[in-house]
Write a protein that binds this ligand. Structure first.
Ligand code: UT7
Length: 332
């Protein structure tokens, strides 16, 4: 019997309407458009406005978009994995809430936490449920309402992040297309450089944690940058080497969108020209688990069956890795 591969058979995405520009940020903190653009590549980001809305309100429309494109109903989903660093609440899982909102009555679901590497961890995990033959339709959705944990008085972090969601459908294929290989890493000693200090079991929420701003993202940017730039580039190169892929074999690099300079360094290490790199950081900023599927969502019409894609990410944890995908269908 031929080996079963997990093929991506549809992509969905969703970004909220509100556009927070660098110009508007200039009125909120001591910053300027030139600094933000030259240091990060970001020009604007989307923000989910309104009371009572969480990451599930980003994830649900992204999955619905995907279902519509594939022409299937939510009831056909077997498993839904939600990759998020900003769950609606600590429990129950945001994945469960998305399933409820879209009517995925026959699915089981869970959340996966790997910060900015969440989507590639989730895609690897989801692919195993397909490759084993256990399930036929697995949805992996990356959804993050980063604005819920950003301190809009801290110029070091508030310019970086945005809200959004992207989702893919995995289905079995036996003709050699799909998720081909993945390399994932974790180094928990990096936790001190990028984290949410309070609100977990180690330091539950209190008057003091709120007063100290410990429910907002804390990042030592320079240190994280140094780890990211080396590790994302190396793991992307490693997955090429391990699979005997040359730069000419690769159609697209789909990098996590944290900083344009990290993306440039990764492309350079792989020997790829920038025309082969998906970049939309200028419009969405860092949407954490949504960056990679939002790229696939925007580029899906240009993708062709057989295209070799390298997806790669680095994030809090530290976590990092890369995936080789052989694209399974022609875009329009
Ligand atoms: O996705 C998860 C993983 N995260 C990442 O990959 C992020 C990695 N880190 C980065 O992308 C970069 O470190 C940042 C974009 C966060 C910062 O860029 P940087 O070149 O490392 O700048 P820096 O933090 O060293 O700051 C340089 C200067 C500082 O001023 P002094 O101390 O030199 O006077 C900052 O205070 O820039 C200042 N600064 C700003 N100035 C204007 C910091 N933020 C801003 C700002 N506007 N928004």
């Amino acid at each position: 019997m031929n080996k079963i591969n997990a093929a991506i058979t549809a992509v969905g995405g969703y970004v909220p309407d509100y556009v927070l520009t660098n110009k508007e940020l200039e009125t909120m903190v001591e910053t300027n458009d030139e600094w933000i653009k030259s240091r990060t590549g970001i020009e604007e980001r989307r923000i989910l406005k309104g009371e009572g809305k969480g990451s599930s309100d980003l994830g649900a429309p992204a999955v619905q978009d995907l279902l519509k494109k594939r022409g299937i109903s939510a009831e056909e989903i077997d498993l839904l994995i939600c990759c998020t660093a900003t769950p609606d609440m600590l429990f129950p899982a945001t994945a469960n809430i998305i399933c409820d909102k879209i009517g995925a009555k026959n699915a089981w679901s869970f959340d996966l936490l790997a910060a900015c590497s969440g989507f590639i961890y989730g895609l690897t995990t989801g692919s195993k449920f397909i490759e084993s033959g256990a399930y036929k339709k697995v949805v992996v959705v990356g959804a993050d309402k980063m604005s819920s944990i950003v301190d809009y008085t801290d110029r070091k972090t508030c310019v970086l992040f945005g809200d959004g969601s992207g989702a893919v459908l995995l289905e079995p294929g036996t003709d050699g297309y799909g998720i081909m290989d993945s390399i994932l890493h974790t180094d928990g000693s990096g936790r001190e450089y990028l984290r949410l200090k309070a609100g977990g079991s180690l330091k539950p929420a209190s008057e003091e944690t709120v007063k100290n701003g410990e429910h907002f993202i804390y990042q030592e940017g320079k240190t994280v940058f140094k780890f990211a730039v080396v590790n994302m580039a190396e793991v992307s190169y490693e997955i090429m080497q391990r699979n005997h892929l040359t730069k000419d074999d690769i159609a697209w690099l789909v990098p996590h969108q944290a900083n344009k300079r990290i993306i440039d360094a990764t492309a350079e290490r792989m020997g790829l020209p920038m025309e082969k790199v998906m970049i939309n950081i200028q419009r969405y900023g860092n949407t954490t688990c949504a960056t990679i599927p939002l790229c696939l969502w925007e580029w899906q019409n240009q993708l062709k069956k057989g295209d070799n894609l390298i997806l790669s990410a680095f994030g809090g944890g530290f976590t990092w890795g890369a995936i080789w995908v052989k694209w399974a269908y022609d875009g329009k």
